[in-house]
Design a protein around this ligand. Structure first.
Ligand SMILES: [Ca+2]
Ligand SMILES: [Ca+2]
Ligand SMILES: [Ca+2]
Length: 454
């Protein structure tokens, strides 16, 4: 038995998504690939939705034969997995086989695929499981395949004018049942599948009957487009659509008997009419609130939309979006505008400037952005302090320098005299003797000084 594993957010190899397609045909986007401007996840031919079950939507590619499963979180696709075979190799299956539905037939806890062969008229179940493959990649794979048999275990060979129109647990025994429709007689028939045979053997075949127990014959322009437990009573219900009036109707079922059949109404309670290019592609409980929802696809825009239902009333309509791709990072905040700090430098120690090398020319202001850990960088070259200067005494003007400061950063200021040997160079203040000077500036004369905002 395969246990369902929760590998949330795990990805699949992008190579498993890419397929050769004709121009102008949209395919499932690779991870992180942009979707349309409205955010909808656009997927269309040759991909089509072939079945769904609780929080899962299955797609098949009619060109490559690939089958893919979407895991849904509300209206978002949060993970995709290919369906692999028993040896974890990609399965490529196409006509005359086609997927007729998805349901829990047995064997594993994963929902299973029901296939029908339009040539041999065989019906086959693929029991699916989920495990990590040899590379540790989460994978949906085929646990077993069995042909559907009749009540005595003999292969069932059934085809046109009968077609499988839905898969759902009509009789609430935990095993999916198969709903057939006859396009000539317009009869609808349910095969209740036997849980004792992993749902591969028919337990009972019954015609669908109306509220009074009479066999009911409904056909075109009506057709069955999906089955799930819309009202949450445990019995799968049948979703019908009328291709002429564009009405949608639900047959709430109790086994093979109709309990009631209301028309689907919109959020305000009015009958809703939606048709081509939209079509219903299935019904299942996408948002796992224990009531079935209805899934639509638009063959022109390639949108897929979910009607989250409250009985026969639409509660909410949402386009499916791709939430696999991480959201784009927010744009970085704009850097704060640099501040121009103006400082004056004076010789304000206890000694007046006197003639000599120490206060001669080639004085340089070095600034170390302590916050930014930049080290000392030369910011300005000063003229030599005039002889006799001491805090402006003697009529000498202080020398001015400016530097761009980042608000909140703390700077240490030094005045270096290159004239002092031996290791003092213009490339580095190391070895240079900092002069004992006082800075006067717009931060109040401290050293170090913290630049303020504004
Ligand atoms: Ca059942
Ligand atoms: Ca129901
Ligand atoms: Ca639901």
């Amino acid at each position: 038995m395969s246990k369902r594993k929760k590998w949330w957010r795990r990805g699949v190899a992008a190579a498993s998504i890419a397929v050769a397609v004709a121009a102008a045909i949209l395919v499932p986007a690779a991870k992180g690939q942009a979707v349309d401007s409205g955010g909808a996840y656009l997927v269309g031919a040759p991909w089509s939705i072939v079945g769904m079950s609780t929080w899962e939507i299955f797609w098949h590619n009619s060109q490559s034969g690939q089958t893919k499963k979407w895991y849904m979180r509300h209206n978002g696709v949060f993970e995709q997995q290919d369906v692999d075979d028993e040896n974890f190799h990609l399965t490529l299956i196409g006509p005359p086989w086609s997927i007729a539905g998805v349901g829990e037939f047995g064997m594993s806890q994963d929902k299973d695929l029901l296939w029908h062969d339009s040539s041999s008229n065989e019906t086959q179940i693929w029991y699916l499981g989920s495990e990590a493959d040899a590379q540790g990649v989460p994978t949906t794979y085929i646990v077993d395949r069995r042909f559907v048999t009749d009540e005595s275990g003999q292969p069932m060979i059934i085809g046109l004018p009968w077609t499988i129109v839905a898969v759902g647990d009509l009789n609430h025994d935990g095993t999916a049942d198969i709903v057939w429709h006859n396009s000539q007689t317009n009869a609808t028939q349910a095969w209740f599948m036997d849980p004792a045979h992993d749902g591969s053997q028919i337990k009972l075949r019954v015609d669908v009957v109306d509220e009074n127990g009479q066999e009911i014959f409904i056909g075109a322009p009506w057709s069955i487009v999906g089955s799930s437990d819309i009202d949450g009573d445990g019995h799968a219900d049948l979703v019908w659509h009328n291709s002429q009036s564009n009405a949608t109707q639900i047959w709430f079922m109790n086994g093979n008997q109709i309990v009631r059949r209301p028309t689907v109404v919109d959020e305000s309670g009015q009958p809703v009419f939606v048709g081509a290019p939209w079509s219903i592609v299935g019904s299942s409980d996408i948002d796992t609130d224990l009531t079935g929802d209805i899934v639509w696809h638009n063959s022109q825009s390639n949108e897929t939309q979910i009607w989250f239902m409250n009985g026969n009333q639409i509660r909410e309509r949402k386009d499916i979006v791709d939430i696999e791709a991480p959201p784009p990072p927010p744009p970085p905040p704009p850097p704060p505008p640099p501040q121009v700090h103006t400082y004056t430098v004076q010789n304000c120690d206890s000694h007046a400037t006197s003639a000599g090398a120490a206060f001669g020319p080639s004085k340089s202001v070095w600034v170390n952005d302590i916050t930014g850990n930049t080290g000392f960088r030369e910011m300005a070259v000063l003229q030599g302090f005039p002889v006799g200067e001491q805090c402006g005494v003697g009529g000498f003007s202080p020398q001015t320098f400016v530097f761009n400061a980042t608000a909140g950063h703390t700077y240490e200021l030094r005045v270096i005299d290159y004239a002092i040997p031996p290791n003092c160079t213009t490339d580095s203040p190391n070895g240079c003797r900092p002069l004992d000077v006082t800075f006067q500036g717009n931060a109040g004369g401290q050293n170090p000084v913290t630049a303020v905002t504004g």
